[in-house]
Ligand binder design. Structure first.
Ligand code: XUL
Ligand code: CO
Length: 436
């Protein structure tokens, strides 16, 4: 197998046995009026790809991403940034995403960390221009440091709330400087482990205040992008307030954040919440909250957030079906919040993992288009609800009836038959579309 440095650019070569080619992703191929790269809007996740070294609960890293510069953290982070942009070039990826702590070394004080962060943001601006790349979204890591052990915006300590707010302010300033399309809030520690020590009402209101202040600051500075809440039910906190898409939409409405806030739906978070990926996307879509996607997959036998590169075509197909039905991405895209397995510990594995993920989504897009063009599923659903297009059903959906009229109507009914849901047939249609 070729070495990482020998691979200059991964290109589309359907049927090829060369592992460093795309078999299904042809970035410039036009499908439904748009090139694949615009349908899919792939993004590289800085934390998993540039920083993570394969550490787990039981063992140390299996991969070294210090580039021999561990003794000089600023030089190391500059090298990491250069590596990130070269990697995006190789993979033909146009976007990237990062947390503040991913791109710059930690200082001894909050102020020193801010200084390093500012320097690295300036450097990313230079690299973005040089390589023609864009920032899909950035975020603040308000969960890793020990001061966030009881939450950030939901911490019982107001000083922690203030530090978290300062980090978001710096993040929004960076988003403006780098022209980001979005800004993400994922509340890994915003929740509780026991109600015995928790004032839930105050914590939720503070979280709402935090989001409103962030939005107001960003808008006043001219940020036009989207804000995203990222639902996840648990891990690291036992119960996270941003449990799932429905909970997040309720939060958005309760605190008057509609229009500004949408959702960043992650496949593995959906399954942790006991939902399918498609369910979470559908909830987002029908509630006006469809925004962006963290593309990965979990392991059905492991109960935690394994953040694997997606290879399940059935899931990416139903995901892309929802994306197409939502009218495609606007500010959002497909961020690979995914890491190579601990045993896949070479730089070649990073390329192979992204190729697998991108091809899986390319197949998902191709099949989703076929599913829509085929029309059998959409027609079936339409037909199933046909009783709402005329008569009493039409009156119900148009709000032109009431319980009294419905009572009289029901009294006149003799035989009521609900048509078959035909689940097995519909599942076989999906197989036909995928396998011919
Ligand atoms: C954690 C997770 C985060 C967010 C950004 O499970 O998904 O990486 O995407 O903070
Ligand atoms: Co994520």
């Amino acid at each position: 197998m070729k070495k990482y440095d020998e691979i200059k650019k991964v290109v589309y070569s359907h049927g090829s046995k060369d592992p460093f080619t795309f078999k299904y992703y042809d970035p410039d191929e036009v499908i439904m009026g748009k090139p694949m790269r615009e349908h899919l809007k792939f993004a590289l996740s800085y934390w998993h790809t540039i920083d993570a070294e394969g550490v787990d609960m039981f063992g140390s890293g299996t991969m070294d991403k210090s580039f021999g510069l561990a003794a000089d953290p600023l030089a190391m982070y500059r090298k990491k940034a250069e590596f990130a942009f070269e990697l995006m070039d190789k993979l033909q990826i146009d976007y990237y995403c990062f947390h503040d702590v991913d791109i710059a070394p930690e200082g001894r004080t909050v102020a020193e960390s801010m200084k390093y962060f500012g320097e690295m943001v300036d450097y990313l601006a230079v690299l973005q221009k040089k390589h023609g790349k864009k920032l899909l979204w950035n975020t603040a890591n308000n969960f890793g440091d020990k001061k966030f052990m009881a939450g950030a915006a939901t911490s019982p300590n107001a000083d922690v709330f203030a530090v978290a707010a300062a980090k978001v302010k710096a993040g929004i300033d960076a988003a403006l400087k780098l022209g980001a399309d979005g800004y993400v809030f994922w509340g890994g520690r915003e929740g509780y482990d026991t109600l015995l020590n928790t004032d839930m009402a105050l914590e939720l209101d503070n979280l709402g205040r935090f989001m409103r202040m962030s939005r107001d600051y960003a808008r006043s500075e001219g940020f036009k992008g989207a804000f995203y809440l990222e639902p996840k039910p648990k891990e690291p906190t036992k119960h996270q307030y941003d449990f799932d898409a429905a909970t997040c939409m309720n939060f958005i409405r309760t605190y008057g954040l509609e229009g500004d806030f949408k959702l960043n739906i992650e496949a593995n978070h959906a399954t942790l919440a006991g939902h399918t990926f498609q369910h979470e996307l559908r909830v987002a879509r029908v509630n006006g909250g469809f925004g962006s996607i963290d593309a990965n997959q979990g392991d059905y036998l492991l109960g935690w957030d394994t953040d694997q590169f997606p290879t399940n075509v059935y899931e990416t197909m139903m995901c892309m079906y929802e994306v197409l039905k939502a009218g495609g991405f606007t500010t959002g895209g497909l961020n690979f919040d995914a890491k190579t397995r601990r045993q896949s510990n070479t730089f070649e594995d990073i390329l192979l993992a992204y190729i697998a993920g991108m091809d899986t989504f390319a197949l998902g897009l191709r099949f989703a288009v076929k599913l829509i063009e085929d029309g059998r599923i959409d027609d079936f659903v339409k037909e199933r609800y046909a009783s709402y297009s005329s008569g009493i059903g039409k009156k119900i959906v148009e709000g032109r009836t009431d319980l009294k009229e419905l009572y009289d109507y029901a009294m006149g009914l003799e035989k009521i038959e609900v048509a078959s849901g035909r689940q097995e047939y519909l599942e076989s249609v999906i197989n036909e579309i995928m396998f011919g």
